[in-house]
Ligand binder design. Structure first.
Ligand SMILES: *[C@@H]1O[C@H](CO)[C@@H](O)[C@H](O)[C@H]1NC(C)=O
Ligand SMILES: *[C@@H]1O[C@H](CO)[C@@H](O)[C@H](O)[C@H]1NC(C)=O
Ligand SMILES: *[C@@H]1O[C@H](CO)[C@@H](O)[C@H](O)[C@H]1NC(C)=O
Ligand SMILES: *[C@@H]1O[C@H](CO)[C@@H](O)[C@H](O)[C@H]1NC(C)=O
Length: 652
């Protein structure tokens, strides 16, 4: 044999075992992971290393899972078959994969498989099974769950299951998390979940469950029942402690405060968007010999509760005693109810409350007793009818950080006025950083109104006609970072911001400003909104004050002059500056009768020059034409009078 051929054959023999799989399999193999996703595969590739642990076959066209196909890959721990067209699984198919732990069969056509009424066989070591989005209904899921002794996580979300039967989970007793959200469950048979002693998370949200009257899952930690049609939630009477920590009952039709476990570890309770009118009673009224009897919430122990959301209900009042056990509560949301008053007395202090939202009610008055809210940092009172706040209101909020007071009827006191004058004093609040006062019909912002309050954000927008004096913001020089004066119908703004070293964002949009002169020297403003004003020019010194720090500028909807704004236009055309509304930023050429509106980004210095020369040319032509006319008139006159004379001469 030719030596060269022999060598060539040797090379081929050596190289082939390494090259062949890569050549024949379209998958991307890295160590023990094979990624075969999104390759239009109709069959499971046969040429992968037999030692792979993870096999991703998602987003392909697989239809049938039959034995021979996967026998080679007995070591696979994770198998992803998401988004295929699987409609047939040979019984025992997964049993052969004795190490399989995570199996994703979501978004296939397993309803067709379910119709065959055959069991998939034992899922020996599968811990996590995803069957979501398969159109499963009736008892179809049973064919997967009958023999799944290691299964802890099960997702059945986005199917069409209507009923949880009492024996559904008999073959999967290790379950810890069950996700059944987005089905059409109307019925849960007694005993369906009780035997699952490890069950800790159950998601039944987005179903059609109408009530639960004997909740008895002691071991459950998280229960999500949001977006059902629940009118009632009642726990069985028991002296045993429930593990329940998260209970989500948002978006149901609850008329009564739920009957919660007597001994509980509840931390999170969401009752928003229900039909609660009162929280005095929990559960429906009990009929006791024709006497309606109320199960009072007063003695309900919620001493570990951190979060309570009662927003979007129909509560008219909330007695202080309702909170008596809630010493740990940090967030309370009662927004969007019908509260006319809110009183917190010193006997039921919400000692740990950090955030209180009572926005969008009908409050005119808020009574806080000493120490009732000693830890409060964020208070939402927007959308009420407050025209004043109790004298000493802020002295009861020693940690207040953020005050949302927009959409009320407040007026601001000058410093050292007493609140008895029907206004609110915002000066000398050393913890206050965020203050929102938009839409209050404020008449004025008095001189040094915020002195002694280190505000970072001040929103005074949408108070049309508000009078802002030159010294209105004095005292905020070192703290203020964001100021909004949007929509105030301001014609002038006579404030010197030169010493506001930290002011980063200034919103002056939707006013009637005709000029801007706010700095003597460099400004620190990074974002300036001048949209929708009456600005014709920005003075060169204003532009140069801004130039150093400015990153974002809004100038749309102003009658800017193109040719009188050389500095501004140069600034706008710089790459470092972002002008988000450049598409609506225009300027005007010419004068009075001959106005041309053009995009500011299209203006070139030559346009103005060429315009000047055009004007000059027109002038020259006009002057020449006039001169010519004068000359012609004179010549004509001369000739005419000569002729006259001549005529006369003839006559004579
Ligand atoms: C899957 O099996 C069905 C019947 O069991 C058969 O009709 C179909 O052709 C098979 N599909 C593939 C891709 O093998
Ligand atoms: C099961 O779900 C829990 C919580 O959702 C998660 O932490 C855990 O990793 C999951 N287990 C498996 C095997 O996927
Ligand atoms: C409950 O389910 C809803 C809808 O599926 C979801 O938006 C919400 O975050 C869940 N709640 C909790 C506490 O996880
Ligand atoms: C209170 O609930 C409303 C409505 O659900 C929500 O918009 C608001 O952000 C919540 N407030 C707080 C402070 O989380």
């Amino acid at each position: 044999m030719d030596v060269r051929l022999w060598i060539l054959m040797l090379i081929v023999k050596q190289v082939a075992p390494f090259r062949r799989p890569a050549e024949l399999s379209p998958c991307h193999v890295l160590q023990k992971n094979a990624d075969c996703s999104n390759l239009n595969l109709q069959n499971i590739p046969a040429q992968l290393p037999s030692t792979i642990h993870t096999l991703d076959l998602s987003r392909n066209l697989l239809q049938n899972l039959t034995h021979d196909a996967l026998l080679a890959y007995s070591d696979v721990h994770r198998l992803n078959l998401h988004s295929n067209r699987i409609q047939f699984i040979q019984p025992g198919f997964f049993q052969a994969m004795s190490r399989l732990q995570v199996l994703d069969l979501s978004r296939n056509s397993l309803d067709l498989y379910g119709a065959l009424k055959t069991h998939v066989g034992r899922l020996t070591s599968v811990q996590s099974l995803d069957l979501s989005g398969n159109g499963l209904f009736g008892d179809m899921s049973d064919y997967f769950l009958q023999d799944a002794p290691a299964l802890t996580n099960l997702s059945l979300d986005g199917n069409s299951i209507t009923k949880i039967s009492s024996d559904m989970f008999n073959g999967s007793q290790a379950l810890e998390n069950i996700d059944l959200h987005n089905n059409v469950i109307i019925d849960i048979e007694d005993g369906a979940f009780e035997s699952l002693t490890h069950l800790s998370e159950l998601d039944l949200s987005i179903n059609s469950i109408s009530c639960i009257v004997d909740f008895n899952l002691f071991q459950l930690k998280t229960l999500n029942l949001s977006k059902n049609s629940m009118t009632n939630f009642q726990t069985i009477h028991s002296d045993l402690e429930f593990e329940l920590m998260y209970l989500d009952l948002r978006e149901n039709k609850l008329l009564y405060f739920p009957v919660l476990p007597q001994r509980n570890k509840l931390m999170y309770l969401d009752l928003s968007r229900n039909l609660l009118r009162s929280v005095n009673c929990s559960g429906p009224l009990e009929e006791l010999e024709n006497n309606s009897h109320c199960v009072s919430t007063k003695h309900q122990d919620l001493s570990r509760l951190l979060y309570l959301d009662l927003s979007y209900n129909q509560l008219k009042s909330l007695p202080s005693s309702f909170f008596s056990s809630m010493q740990a509560l940090e967030t309370l949301n009662i927004s969007n109810n019908c509260l006319e008053s809110f009183i917190l007395d010193g006997e039921s202090p919400l000692r740990s409350l950090k955030t209180l939202d009572i926005s969008f009610n009908s409050l005119q008055d808020l009574k806080l007793e000493e120490n009732a809210l000693a830890a409060l940092e964020v208070l939402h009172l927007q959308g009420n009818f407050f025209s004043a706040l109790d004298p000493g209101f802020f002295s009861r909020l020693p940690r207040i950080h953020s005050l949302h007071l927009q959409q009320n009827r407040l007026s601001i006191c000058p410093p050292r006025w007493s609140p008895a004058d029907g206004c609110v004093s915002f000066s000398s609040l050393p913890t206050l950083r965020y203050l929102y006062l938009s839409e209050n019909s404020l008449a004025s912002v008095p001189q040094a109104a915020f002195q002694g309050s280190p505000l970072l954000i001040l929103d005074l927008s949408l108070n049309p006609g508000v009078n802002i004096g030159a010294q209105a913001f004095s005292g905020l020089e070192t703290s203020l970072a964001h100021l909004s004066l949007r929509g105030n119908q301001l014609q002038t703004l006579d404030v010197d911001f030169t010493s506001f070293y930290n002011l980063k964002s200034l919103d002056l949009s939707v006013n009637r400003l005709t000029s801007l002169s706010l700095w003597r020297g460099d400004s620190s403003v990074e974002s300036l909104n001048l949209q929708n004003n009456s600005l014709v020019t920005l003075a060169p010194d204003t532009v140069s004050s801004l130039q150093k720090a400015l990153k974002t500028l809004y100038v749309g909807s102003n009658p800017l002059s193109c040719c009188r704004n050389a500095h501004l236009l140069t600034l706008l055309q710089q790459d470092q500056l972002s002008v988000p509304d450049i598409a609506v930023a225009t300027c005007w050429y010419g004068k009075d009768s001959e106005n041309v509106e053009i995009d500011v980004s299209a203006v070139r210095a030559e346009h103005c020059e060429s315009l000047d020369t055009k004007v000059l040319l027109i002038w020259v032509i006009v002057v020449l034409a006039l001169g010519l006319m004068v000359v012609l008139t004179v010549v004509f006159k001369l000739c005419h009078s000569r002729r006259h004379r001549f005529n006369r001469g003839i006559k004579a």
